[in-house]
Design a protein around this ligand. Structure first.
Ligand code: GLP
Length: 252
């Protein structure tokens, strides 16, 4: 089942998304949270930090596993996803640092690191709620469009479109790493709940394709149509194509 929430702006989208994470840790303090980077979830992380500061929720008993990391970037690099998570979430909430996990972008043996990461997720009992953004080519994590869905954590070559989209965070496109380590489709699909956040007109077409088009590895997010419990929180701009062509689907 997919529930779509259309919110008036980024702030409202972030607030809505944060409410699902808050409910998750209230219901199960020792939740395993699958976390994501990108600009889309930043507001949600801010809202969650406020809820922790206000004493409404705690992440003291939670564990986090992130979706992906650039391959070749040190955790201290200001564009690494470890750094992003420290800046935007871990340092602002009370989650124990030793229970925050990301793939190791400096692992010498990428295949061994992928296997280690899958074993880690399994040892945690899988993910309770997985936060996802969506790339404008339909990627989730760094699972790029391709000929097949890749089940396990994998070492992936980024597409030109993704390098181009992420170049804004680097001095130039040349500085964007060409490879990443990403959680695969199996761990994502085994998460009990999927929480996607998407904002801005640039996501409108791909959101419609992902949730109303064919299920195909050419649009990796389309596999989510087969997941039993998906929540999609978007702002009006991101939801524009869905609203135009499938106006009855919204939960709010
Ligand atoms: C990156 C990340 C994805 C993210 C996507 C969209 O490539 N690996 O996890 O969902 O970009 O980013 P944004 O939210 O900034 O649009």
């Amino acid at each position: 089942m997919i529930r779509f929430y259309k919110e008036k702006d980024y702030t409202a989208m972030s607030y809505r998304a944060a409410s699902f994470i808050a409910a998750q840790v209230l219901n199960k303090p020792a939740s395993v949270l699958g976390l994501a980077t990108g600009s889309s979830p930043i507001g949600m992380y801010e809202e969650l930090a406020k809820k922790v500061a206000d004493g409404k929720i705690t992440f003291q008993h939670a564990t986090s596993v992130n979706l992906d990391e650039y391959y070749g970037l040190a955790p201290e690099h200001d564009q690494s996803y470890r750094y992003f998570m420290e800046q935007n979430f871990f340092s602002k909430v009370d989650i124990p640092h030793e229970r925050t996990f990301l793939p190791n972008g400096l692992a010498a043996d990428a295949a061994a690191e992928c296997a280690r990461y899958d074993a880690l997720i399994d040892s945690l009992g899988g993910i309770d709620i997985q936060v996802l953004g969506i790339g404008r080519d339909g990627h989730i994590g760094f699972n790029e469009p391709g000929a097949a869905f890749i089940p396990g954590t994998n070492h992936v070559k980024l597409t030109d479109d993704t390098i181009d989209a992420n170049a804004r965070f680097f001095a130039s496109a040349d500085d964007v790493p060409r490879y990443a380590l990403t959680m695969g489709i199996r761990a994502i699909m085994q998460a009990k709940t999927i929480l996607m956040v998407a904002n801005g007109a640039g996501k409108a077409a791909i959101l419609e394709a992902a949730f109303f088009g064919p299920v195909t590895p050419e649009v990796p997010a389309s596999i989510l149509q087969l997941h039993p419990n998906v929540i999609v929180c978007g702002d009006t701009d991101a939801m524009a194509e869905i609203e135009k062509n499938h106006p009855g689907v919204f939960a709010n």
